[in-house]
Design a protein around this ligand. Structure first.
Ligand code: THU
Length: 160
């Protein structure tokens, strides 16, 4: 039996160290937390997407009394972008989250289902999706969903 090792890569910095257009995207995700409907968790998540033509599309988590009917911020943003601008590749995604004490100090990391949907975007548009995970003390930059979802499942996995 051979022991194997997988490595993932990410960088960390503060918001002010990003390029101005990247800062704009992260700030749009922070602002989008205001549109969150988080009646049950009181955890307000915002997402902002940069399309190939430069447009920003936002999303925010939407909860429901029937819990599984709600949706995360990342997927509301991705599906909104896809429904309105299917010809525009999704190049970047920023996420920010607040609890009742304010923005999280550590980066918010997306759930598995959102990672799967993000991976589909890389496959659909043939790009690497750059991800910004906001924390007030530290922000993570991840250059591809492959670094968030090792051993992912995409279309080609069905072809053997
Ligand atoms: N949530 C998101 O919107 N994105 C994440 O990355 C993690 C979790 C939402 C789902 C639910 O409305 C609330 O946060 C608590 O799980």
């Amino acid at each position: 039996m051979k022991k194997q090792k997988l490595e993932i890569n990410y960088r960390s910095c503060r918001l002010e160290e990003l390029d101005s257009d990247e800062q704009e995207l992260v700030r749009a995700a922070m602002q989008a937390t205001v549109n969150s409907y988080a009646k049950y968790s009181h955890f307000n998540v915002g997402a902002a997407i940069r399309l190939a033509d430069g447009k920003i599309v936002i999303g925010a988590n939407q909860e429901n009394a029937a819990f599984p009917s709600g949706l995360c911020a990342e997927r509301t943003a991705i599906f909104a972008a896809q429904a309105q601008y299917p010809d525009q590749a999704i190049l970047q995604l920023a996420i920010a989250a607040r609890n009742p004490n304010g923005f999280l100090s550590s980066p918010i990391t997306p759930c598995g289902a959102c990672r799967q949907v993000m991976m589909e975007m890389e496959d659909r548009y043939g790009i690497s999706l750059k991800i910004f995970l906001y924390g007030s003390e530290e922000l993570y930059i991840i250059d591809s969903v492959k670094d968030m979802l090792p051993f992912s499942f995409i279309d080609k996995n069905m072809q053997g």
